[in-house]
Design a binder for this molecule. Structure first.
Ligand code: GLC
Length: 447
């Protein structure tokens, strides 16, 4: 494995790629041969797909080690394939815009990219990813957990091979709740009041930390409150936005109250996942909203002062009788650059990433929810499995409205305005009116 830094423009292609140069015309033939197997191990792909080089664009997401771990295991299974890692930005928005610039500029690198689950419509509509379903048989896609493949599909083609799923969870400090004799909160108002109690009792500096910065992660948090309040962002055909609904007002009013009451620090309006996780892991917050992978960070002594003190539960709701609350569906897929010269190798890599070996690494070591249903079920029943994977089946899931190619502008309409309301620079109603009007423009194809 080689590791490159962020800018693929500056990285030379490995000349060995020439050994397996394929034109798109010849690809279909080669891939018809290798694409008929559901996994590399059960039916090895053609010889042309077992040697060569590929560049893989992937962000650290959970922990830096995750990518090297996967690559070294892949290279053990395919000793004649060499993978060069291109380290992508952690922020999904920055990550996407860099890739869009590269790929729309015709760059042949990266070959394979780890991309967000919200990208298929945009990337599919604009020719920024290879339609995998043209090269992989439908039997390949049946092993994934229900819903993941349809989420990776746009206009009848599957663009992403699900790598891992993320769901939002509530992390809490077991020791602090025990000291204050408080239960794990099941409603949002209980979470707020317990946060204030723990702060006032001097047990912890901050109550609840989450992702409130002006970026995609805030849309994810907003979706959870919105669904809990019974709302949706758009109608089912993406022709109308619903962002001034009473549910949206309820959601953002509550989010803002977390800041004004002091249950959350004002700085949450600048937190992305790593900052929220760092405050919790340093022992300075009682509660954290984050993805499944935050478990592995919280239990890694080098990253965390709260090893052994952390519990995980589904997110709360607005009304206790509807517990558990909604978790947004996140996660990352593997996509292929349409300009890649290594499509057969790329497919070998992608297929290996959905093998039991790869999915076990993601689940057991990094507490990422496996996308392959059989691995997910097997891990959920093991006592040593990270807790988020065990309770993943209990959560209610809400997807983002990412079925439209205009999702980036739609999400930006949400997170930029909700962030203004959180920081108090705009009232909740004015922020939602602005979000509604920007969302309408986005749905009409504008930005
Ligand atoms: C996580 C999720 C991804 C989401 C992002 C937001 O990486 O997996 O789907 O867009 O967080 O920050």
């Amino acid at each position: 494995m080689k590791i490159n830094s962020n800018n693929p423009e500056k990285k030379g292609r490995n000349k060995k790629c020439g050994e397996i140069v394929l034109t798109f015309a010849s690809l279909a033939l080669v891939l018809a041969a290798c694409g008929s197997s559901s996994t590399a191990s059960s039916n090895p792909p053609s010889a042309s797909a077992t040697s060569g080089n590929l560049t893989w664009w992937a962000s650290p997401i959970a922990q830096v080690g995750i990518r090297a771990d996967l690559i070294s295991n892949f290279e053990k299974a395919y000793p004649k394939i060499h993978v060069t890692l291109q380290s992508a930005p952690t922020n999904t928005d920055t990550n996407r815009s860099q890739l869009v610039t590269e790929i729309s500029g015709g760059s042949t690198s990266p070959d394979v990219f780890m991309g967000d689950v919200i990208w298929p419509a945009q990337f599919g509509a604009h020719g920024l990813a290879v339609p995998l379903s043209k090269y992989l048989p439908s039997s390949y896609f049946t092993k994934f957990a229900p819903g993941l493949v349809s989420g990776a599909t746009y206009n009848g083609q599957v663009y992403g091979s699900p790598l891992f799923e993320d769901q939002g969870f509530l992390y809490y400090r077991k020791d602090l709740l025990a000291k204050a004799n408080l239960p794990v909160p099941t409603t949002w108002s209980q979470l707020e009041s317990e946060s204030l109690t723990l702060e006032h009792d001097g047990l912890v500096q901050y109550g609840y930390v989450w992702e409130g910065a002006s970026y995609e992660g805030l849309t994810c948090n907003f979706m959870e409150y919105l669904a809990s309040a019974g709302g949706t962002v758009t109608n089912s055909t993406y022709t109308k936005a619903n962002l001034t609904s009473p549910s949206a007002v309820k959601a953002v009013t509550f989010m803002r109250s977390l800041v004004t009451s002091g249950a959350s620090p004002a700085a949450v309006t600048t937190f992305q996942e790593p900052q929220a996780m760092a405050v919790f892991d340093s022992g300075n917050a009682a509660f954290l909203r984050n993805w499944d992978y935050a478990w592995s960070n919280s239990q890694t002594p080098a990253d965390s002062k709260v090893v052994g003190e952390v519990g995980v539960a589904p997110l709360p709701t607005f009304t206790g009788n509807s517990y558990p609350g909604y978790s947004n569906i996140g996660g990352w897929n593997l996509y292929i650059n349409p300009h890649s010269k290594n499509l057969a190798i790329d497919l070998t890599f992608i297929k290996w990433m959905s093998s039991t070996a790869a999915q076990d690494i993601l689940g057991k070591t990094y507490s990422e929810i496996p996308t392959v249903e059989s691995v997910r079920l097997a891990l959920a029943s093991l006592s040593s499995t990270p807790p988020p994977l065990k309770i993943a089946a209990q959560t209610k899931l809400v997807p983002r409205p990412a079925g439209t190619p205009n999702y980036p502008a739609l999400s930006s309409a949400i997170y930029s305005n909700v962030n203004s309301a959180l920081s108090g620079s705009t009232s909740v109603n004015a922020a939602l009116a602005s979000a509604q009007s920007k969302a309408a423009t986005a749905l009409a194809g504008g930005i």
